[in-house]
Ligand binder design. Sequence first.
Ligand SMILES: [Zn+2]
Ligand SMILES: [Zn+2]
Length: 662
Amino acid sequence: MKIFYYDIAVSLPLRQCFTYSSELKITKGTRVSVPFGKRKIVGVVIRNIQKPDFLKKAGAIKKIIAVLDEYPLFDKPIFDSILWSSDYYHHPIGEVFNTFVPTELRKINNKKIEALREFSEYSVNEDDKKFDLTKDQEKAVKALSKSKGFSPTLLYGVTGSGKTEVYLRVAETFIKNNKSVLVLVPEINLTPQLLSRFENRFNGEIGIYHSKQTAAKRLKTWLKAKFGSIKIIVGTRSSALVPLDNIGLIIIDEEHDQSFRQSEGFKFSARDLSIKRAQLANIPIILGSATPSLQTLKLVKENKFTRVDIPNRVDGNKPPKLIVLDINNSPLIGGVARETIEAMQSTIDRGEQVLVFINRRGFAPLYQCGSCGWVADCKSCDTNLVFHQARNRLICHRCESAYSVNSSCPACKSNDFNMHGAGTERVEEVLKSNFVKTPIIRVDHDSTKKVGAMEAIVKKIHSSDAAILVGTQMLAKGHDFPKVTLSVILNADNGLISPEINALEKISQLLIQVSGRAGRNNNLAKVIIQTRYPDDINLNKIKTGDYMKFASQCLSTNEQMNLPPFTTLCLLRCSSPTQRSNVDFLEKAVLILSNRTDINVIGPLPSLVSKSKGNYRHQVYIHAPKKTFLNKVLKFLTTEFEKWPESNKVKWSFDIDPIDLS
Ligand SMILES: [Zn+2]
Ligand SMILES: [Zn+2]
């Protein structure tokens, strides 16, 4: 009898595959159950192999217990995308599979991949289309609808230019040709408008796929998409590799958004992975944004991506004016300057709305003893605790631990405490006392936690006249607030002076995005940026509102300074309960790289947040001119690390193309 041998990825954090045998011929990507130690677990067939050399006698290789499904999990392009990302991000293959396989299919149970027999008919709701496209939109739809094969396109459309309508029309062409469409959005509850636009436009089920759904719901959607019953999926980064029968198009909305990057566990970019998928599936991909990432702009410049522009707003209005307000000599009340309050007052008097943006939730970010200077900090993390008034607790924003508020200082027993800085709660309080009759609506992580809370808030904003919206970046994303004619940015300075490598890219995107929320119905819309650095050269460039010009200057600077996206960067991250173990491990790593001239290594250094959730954190920067170089170096390191006793004392990981150095 013929025996087949297979490399199997098991759903455990292990880098290598394991060899098993079977008398059956099994397709790549099929789920099987295998013995592993004393357990029986789920594995995925990665490849068929020749009889292994180390096999002296039969029986040394364990047998596959059962083939679990009639169908493989994924088609070839997705399967290959998974292999690619495990290799590119140097992440254990089993965990990469786990990221994209619905939870219910990761364990031994009675769940199976079975073909569905229910089909959703798709048609276009013509009533939803009864308005004319602008000339720019029309051109964009024309250009994008005829793309064939792998053709990545940046759809650069200023805020308010009607990108969603373009997505809808292009998707329609593909749906009519019997293809399916995947739409990726940064965060599902921040983009209900896009989702409802798709639901209104198409008769037929629009599948929603994101990590906050129940496992059962996700599995159902996944299966429906796989077998062609759902033809349109709108989802977040975990849906990047949802199988869609006969996929014809991928759309990434707000492609610059940092939420496409997973920063815990398997650190991958859903945008980059989707581009890979589109390439392997040989289909077009549209990356839409009003503030495209430098990485995408670089690819456009190199003619690897095409670019389609929608330079004007649908309503024909000019973008709002950005005004820099020097706050060096003005006393702030809870972070708000007197001049800002006055500007807000006249906006409110006209019956319009104001948006106040502050990048921190809670009441005060620093809780300090007035006598000895003691500062409340988290026991498990290297972070100060933020005072939250509504909960009357001091909260760590890193690990979410809540501490009760001290009645006396633990260092000097004084009960004289000061609170410094301002978060959304404090700004809300200050504004309440200044605008007694105006509704003040706070939008942050705390006020939107409950299911349906965000929708209720958005409804309230739309049904109110004069109102003040106070919030974090949740306010800067996706939503349109037509009645807002003044936006205020309270602390842009953190972004301007941040040590992060892509700080300028982030702050310019944020300022332009916040300003884009406003003024859709009013040519006089303004954005006030409060700053202590009114002469900052970058701020003055951003102030012109010309994001593309600013971005292209950033791109040339990064090229000259050899910074990403012109160099490849990897952070070798390391965490453990003792600093010694981190340093020992990383120093050894640096030592074995010391004679290489093709890379640049810096470290070990403590991470910006040097302790998190009880563990110390250190890192080493590895720069390489080319991805291929870097890949080789990291492969070499992985093999070494697996041999070292030092590796057992720490948790190490590679963070490729990191977006956050903290
Ligand atoms: Zn004290
Ligand atoms: Zn903490």
